[in-house]
Design a binder for this molecule. Structure first.
Ligand code: SF4
Length: 480
């Protein structure tokens, strides 16, 4: 049965309401400047939006308009736009752009036919510029638009060009401009190229799902183990704007421990406080906007405890413990030793008190200990060990504490399965560290020695964005 495209796109619009706006649309809205839209569109090809946005910002500082762009050499352009995909080619296109536009009186053309004559501008780019910069009817068919309109059997085409031509014939003209940004956001978040999240999609009952293999969800009800997630979200309210609520649901985890929430519950949206199927618990720091941990638990714990019962450390919202019949789940945001190691002593004191607290728990039953430990244990756990030996998170004192913790009978579950280097869970926001994988592994799931046999898998979920940390996962079967 043929789909109702207007109804489908209206539903998509609701689905992507809180998703990030594609960078080119953002620049179009913010600047209303065809030059910037054209340049950003060239940069955006085969590049993540986050990377494009940063490269465009750097470039526009030095080349706010066409005449200043003409002053920059290809080598300088390469440096400014790195690491966008194909940066060398794109730098050359940008260097050639002012010359090519001289034939058009230095005015950016507003037709696809004229735009495709410019260096580095294909049909997709030209359509996007016409639509985003000039608000003239144009259909930008990128991989998401091509793929999803075929999945919906709205078109039956083999190439993006064929899709564009087919859409020109049947898509109502008022939908030409919005279809691109809607389906890009939808394709990046829900109708993903590999294993789309049909189980979360409002269109699922109506969608023809042509040639689709939906993600297989081993529902938590059917699993014979528990799945746990730990994630330093670096501000839960900021992470919400980057899609945290959807991501938490997609985990389909039994317990999720979040660190560095930086908020009190009364500052949070109802969406964050009421995630369907979860009981939520908070331990916030007294100081506003600082530290804080949270737990999302599918099964209600027998008891939840905040802190470790040491007054000196319990004002900073660093530890929350959920007790179940067969295990304790302890979620921790370890202190950072700080600049010039000003808080190193505080951190070592906290670690020692926490160690005592965990030793007491493990006398009763299994203990699962997750969180941002704020220490890279060994040289393999960070990209640049030598240059960080005196820095917070890799000092000899912090590493010695981690040695003593492991030696006393706790297992770093990730290293049970993975010995390879360059497996990190945190990257600085500076210097494009994440895209270059200059990172640290400082987020761990540890268990006590007797629970070792309950550990089924441990992973770092590096593909999940939304914070300067990525989540880590533990699959665990509690001992009975
Ligand atoms: S049901 Fe699946 S294939 Fe169809 S639109 Fe939704 S996510 Fe895509």
């Amino acid at each position: 049965m043929a789909i109702d495209i207007r109804q489908f796109l209206t539903t998509v619009k609701k689905e992507v309401k809180n998703k990030p706006v594609p960078v080119v649309d953002l620049i179009a809205v913010q600047t209303e400047d065809p030059y910037r839209v054209l340049v950003a569109t060239i940069l955006s090809a085969r590049t993540k939006d986050e990377t494009t946005a940063k490269a465009a910002e750097r470039l526009f500082k030095h080349a706010p308009d066409l005449s200043s762009l003409a002053e920059l050499s290809p080598e300088r352009l390469e440096k400014l736009i790195y690491p966008v995909g194909f940066f060398r080619n794109k730098a050359k296109y940008l260097a050639d752009l002012p010359g090519a536009l001289r034939k058009c009186n230095n005015i950016i053309p507003d037709t696809v036919e004229e735009l495709v004559k410019l260096p580095g501008v294909g049909r997709k780019t030209a359509n996007l510029v016409v639509a985003a910069a000039f608000k003239k009817p144009a259909i930008c068919v990128d991989t998401h638009v091509h793929r999803i309109t075929n999945i919906w059997e709205y078109v039956d085409t083999a190439t993006p060009l064929q899709t564009e031509m087919a859409l020109r014939k049947k898509l109502p003209q008022d939908l030409w401009i919005p279809i691109n940004s809607l389906l890009v956001a939808f394709g990046q978040s829900i109708c993903k190229p590999i294993s789309p999240l049909c189980h979360l999609c409002q269109l699922e009952p109506l969608c023809p799902q042509k040639d689709v293999s939906p993600r297989k969800i081993a529902s938590s009800k059917n699993r014979n183990h528990l799945t746990f997630i730990s994630w330093n979200v670096n501000g839960i309210r900021a992470a919400e704007k980057k899609g945290l609520v959807d991501i938490l649901q997609e985990f389909d985890a039994d317990i999720i421990g979040l660190q560095e929430t930086k908020a009190h519950p009364d500052q949070l949206s109802e969406n964050l406080k009421n995630i369907k199927g979860y009981h939520v618990y908070w331990n916030s720091a007294e100081k506003k906007g600082y530290s804080g941990v949270a737990l999302y638990c599918r099964e209600k714990p027998l008891r939840v405890t905040n802190g470790i019962d040491v007054d000196e450390f319990d004002h900073e919202g660093r530890v929350i413990t959920a007790e179940y019949e067969n295990f304790f789940f302890v979620n921790i945001y370890f202190p950072n030793s700080g600049q010039k190691l000003k808080r190193l002593d505080f951190k070592l004191g906290f670690n020692k008190a926490l160690h005592r607290y965990l030793d007491n728990l493990k006398k009763e039953k299994s203990v699962v200990i997750c969180g941002d430990y704020n220490v890279a244990h060994k040289e393999i756990d960070l990209k640049n060990p030598k240059s960080n030996e005196k820095n917070a998170g890799f000092t000899i004192e912090e590493r010695q504490w981690m040695d003593s913790f492991i030696d006393s009978g706790y297992i770093d579950t990730f290293r049970m399965f993975h010995q390879e280097p360059e497996q990190y869970s945190w990257w600085s926001y500076r210097f494009n560290a994440r895209s270059k994988n200059i990172g640290w592994r400082i987020d761990y799931f540890c268990v006590d020695e007797k629970s070792r046999n309950g550990v089924i898998a441990a992973e770092i979920l590096q593909h999940i964005m939304g914070s300067d940390h990525c989540p880590v996962q533990l699959d665990f079967r509690p001992l009975t």
